[in-house]
Design a protein around this ligand. Sequence first.
Ligand code: PLP
Length: 388
Amino acid sequence: MQFIDLQAQRRRIEAEVDAAVSRVIRDGRYVMGPDVAAFEAVFGRFLGGARVVSCANGTDALALALMALETGPGDAVFVPSFTFIASVQVIPWVGAEPVFVDIDPETYNIDPASLVAAVDKVEAEGRLKPHSVIAVDLFGQPADYPAISEIARAKGLRLIADAAQSVGATLDGKTGVDYADLATTSFFPAKPLGCYGDGGAVASRDEQLADLVESLRVYGKVTPADAAARDFKHDPKYLSLRVGMNSRLDSIQAAILLEKLKIFEDELDRRDAIAARYSERLAQYVSRTPTLIEGARSSWAQYVVEHEERDALAAHLKAQDIPTAVYYPVPVHQQDFCADYPAPVVDLSVTEAKSPRVLALPMHAYLDEAAQDCICDAVADFALAGAA
Ligand SMILES: *Cc1c(COP(=O)(O)O)cnc(C)c1O
């Protein structure tokens, strides 16, 4: 059994993807070709009319967002510790410092009360300037954007939505890009919307901010606003106005994503049905099945349960050829690279309590009922054997 079966999806769209890839190879515009612009337009419409700037991966997308918001030395960036390390590592990239925030025990996303407490602490200490917050849509569920964006407004913080795991997820029909200055995502193959390599994107409803991200994507090139404000003596193509990076989505990956988007809604429906079936069958055998907040639709990047004897359950499933994964075994604030930061300013006890208990079960749109039954039966066996 596969944890995420990418080949099942590949079989479904093999002819279309092969034709799209061959077309790009024949066309020859491998970098920033027409498929990249086409994908950015289509994906922007998918997000309800946002500007999309594609890039090389989800980590670069976060870095581009921080750079566009002029995050730098002396700035505090508030971020959950219960996330993939990329959400945090980009903060020292731009010279700023992460300030960890605890999560809600039911959703694994930023706890708004902990965010307020962390901002107040940083303000009181006075060493760092509260600058921005990176909200993460963990396991595919949108963060509590109405609450977080309200706090950000009240505290004068910029808001970045790390939607690497949540393309397709909504909260009352909206997504992070409707609340945040910038939303970022990843098209890593195992994400809900993945390509056949690395890829990422930044999205915004703010045209000028999107122009700035586009500039930063290629070494700080001239934006339309720059061109309107100044009279350049040289070909703007070879001018650089700010320090940026080189982070581009390959034309081949854009062509593949265009094909994958066509079946994406159907895949989201399938994931929803699988998650509902899991929860119905597993609720009595584990300590916790996933909880969605009111109005939320998850993209089910992961289906995560909690169990007091997580490692023993994982071993029991492995013995029956059922793969599982732990997201995340070590909270980011306990990673070695964070050793030199000052102690967390708020209590991170929910984060620390979750790591030893969480277990992700196989989840992808092509998980059939027989496989699901086999997984659920194995979890039930474990619980019943323990009870006996
Ligand atoms: C995967 C992921 C990233 C990074 O994406 P890459 O494309 O692998 O660089 C960032 N944040 C979160 C929450 C992720 O899950």
